[in-house]
Design a protein. Structure first.
Length: 254
């Protein structure tokens, strides 16, 4: 079993993100742009469904998409436990294709950093724009080049929960980061199952992301220091982008 499949099983135990705060921030940004429940939202790169489930609980009609069947399986189980309805779809974020256009596309906790090249990022922006109704909103966050270069660097992290643990070795140079992950999960027989995997991430420059959004067809583009409405700075650890697809102009009648 790869670490990615095993990590999907224990992800929510080991991650120290605060999903309530993250979801509250995202929802407030949506509402400020007029995206209120029961609007349709596509949550790209949804992982185990943290944001998808929170949005559904708030009354949005949510489709959670991810390229990993293992992550979607965990998300499905979480939705069942909570009694929340979310449509789960295995889908590459570079080719989003919802059944009907949506009012918002969200993408939280670094999926864009997993896109290695600008062409991949551009494909995501273009497919997100096509998935949105006119006036719809794309929202995503990214780890920044400053964070990779000056804060993350070469380090070893470890975390233990009652039934799982991981060790993470990071090596960051320029805008690239390599993460070597070892995961341990407790089995029914009392033994621990171990798996390893390497993840490669890219911190894309803010200017490149803004230019790519404009090229994809987005109009109003905002970039904040994550968790705030303060304009982004180069020394931020995380940026939050909010981009709006322009409304269609009505044609003059003759």
């Amino acid at each position: 079993m790869s670490a990615y499949h095993l990590f999907a099983r224990v992800y929510d135990q080991l991650m120290d993100n605060r999903p309530e705060d993250w979801a509250s921030y995202v929802q407030s940004l949506l509402r400020e742009r007029g995206i209120e429940p029961p609007a349709r939202v596509l949550d790209a790169g949804c992982g185990t469904g943290m944001m998808s489930l929170a949005l559904a609980q708030a009354g949005y009609r949510v489709t959670g998409t991810d390229v990993s069947p293992a992550m979607l399986d965990q998300a499905t189980q979480a939705a069942h436990r909570l009694g929340v309805h979310v449509e789960w779809e295995e889908m590459d974020m570079r080719s989003l294709d919802p059944l009907v256009p949506v009012q918002a596309v969200t993408c939280v906790c670094d999926p864009v950093n997993y896109l290695p090249e600008q062409d991949d990022v551009q494909a995501f922006f273009t497919s997100a724009c096509q998935a949105l109704v006119p006036g719809g909103v794309l929202m995503f966050d990214v780890s920044t080049p400053f964070y990779y270069q000056h804060e993350l660097g070469t380090q070893t992290f470890a975390h233990q929960a009652p039934e799982a643990a991981y060790m993470l070795q990071t090596t960051a140079e320029a805008n690239r980061c390599r993460m070597d992950l070892t995961v341990f999960a407790l089995q029914n027989n009392g033994m621990y199952l171990r798996a390893q995997e390497t993840h490669l991430l890219t911190a894309h420059p803010k200017r490149t992301l803004v230019q790519g959004l404009a090229q994809a067809g987005f109009g109003s583009i905002a970039c904040y220091a994550f968790g705030t409405r303060t304009p982004a700075q180069d020394t931020d650890h995380r940026w939050q982008f909010v981009a709006i697809k322009p409304e269609k102009h009505s044609e003059e009648l003759f």
